[in-house]
Design a protein around this ligand. Structure first.
Ligand code: AP5
Length: 212
């Protein structure tokens, strides 16, 4: 299947895409993860992306286009779920053209619907392991006791002011893409509230109901 998982910061895109990968073999392609890896390795891309990510702004379109298209090509143009791409009109147009040129259209765009107060709570309680990148959540998935607490940090863009900016940027730049995909008959809304497994059940049901 060729999928996009779509929604605001904290909607659970990464969590649900990860489950699609481990349980259904649909590879998660996360532009956020690719950019954070590049930042950790201090590559040219990482150095260029850092100031945007730390401020909760979008990285310029041109910087994410190639890495997304390359990741899709690496998967043989099939069985992928894009997590965090596209986020602008320009990125959506590029993606449509890229997929059409390979005759590999999308099957669906899963839109995760979660109210803002829940998003903020999820993001402000997220923690990451500085070295491994492992993600934890103080409420439902705290770091185990044998993990060095000094290595558990907050993501640079999960500070309260930056979370608010990410939400504002999402509303301005990314949310309008829902209409773009709805017009193409691809948008499937999924209630993203509740327990992770409950949400995943809805994701599976939505995909199972696709008549494609
Ligand atoms: P990215 O890493 O993609 O961040 P994001 O879209 O803001 O998404 P998040 O990872 O914060 O949230 P999510 O929806 O994946 O939720 P998650 O599953 O992690 O991008 C970071 C930055 O990179 C961007 O701001 C931008 O600068 C840049 N960038 C990336 N792509 C770009 C692009 N295409 N163009 C330009 N710039 C780009 O869950 C969040 C937390 O909630 C976790 O702790 C999780 O455990 C918890 N949680 C999840 N589901 C539940 C649940 N059901 N119940 C309780 N807790 C839950």
């Amino acid at each position: 299947m060729r999928l996009i998982i779509f929604g605001p910061p904290g909607a659970g895109k990464g969590t649900q895409a990860g489950l699609l990968e481990t349980r259904h073999g649909i590879t998660q392609i996360s532009t956020g993860d690719i950019l954070r890896d590049a930042m950790a390795q201090e590559t040219d891309l990482g150095k260029k992306a850092k100031s945007y990510i730390d401020a909760g702004e979008l990285v310029p379109d041109a910087l994410v286009r190639d890495l997304s298209e390359q990741a899709i090509a690496d998967e043989g143009h099939d069985d992928f779920v894009l997590d965090g791409y596209p986020r602008t009109d320009q990125q959506a147009e590029w993606l449509t053209a890229f997929l059409e040129s390979n005759d590999t259209p999308l099957d669906a765009v899963l839109s995760m619907e979660v109210p803002d107060d829940v998003l903020v709570r999820r993001l402000s309680r997220r923690r990451v392991h500085e070295e491994t990148g492992e993600t934890y959540h103080l409420d439902h998935d705290p770091p185990p006791d044998d993990v060095d607490a000094d290595l558990i940090v907050q993501r640079s863009d999960d500070e309260p002011e930056t979370i608010q900016n990410r939400l504002d940027v999402y509303r301005e730049e990314t949310e309008p893409l829902a209409a773009y995909y709805e017009e193409r008959g691809l948008l499937v809304s999924v209630d993203g509230t509740g327990e992770i497994e409950e949400v995943f059940g809805r994701v599976e049901a939505a995909l199972g109901a696709l008549d494609r």
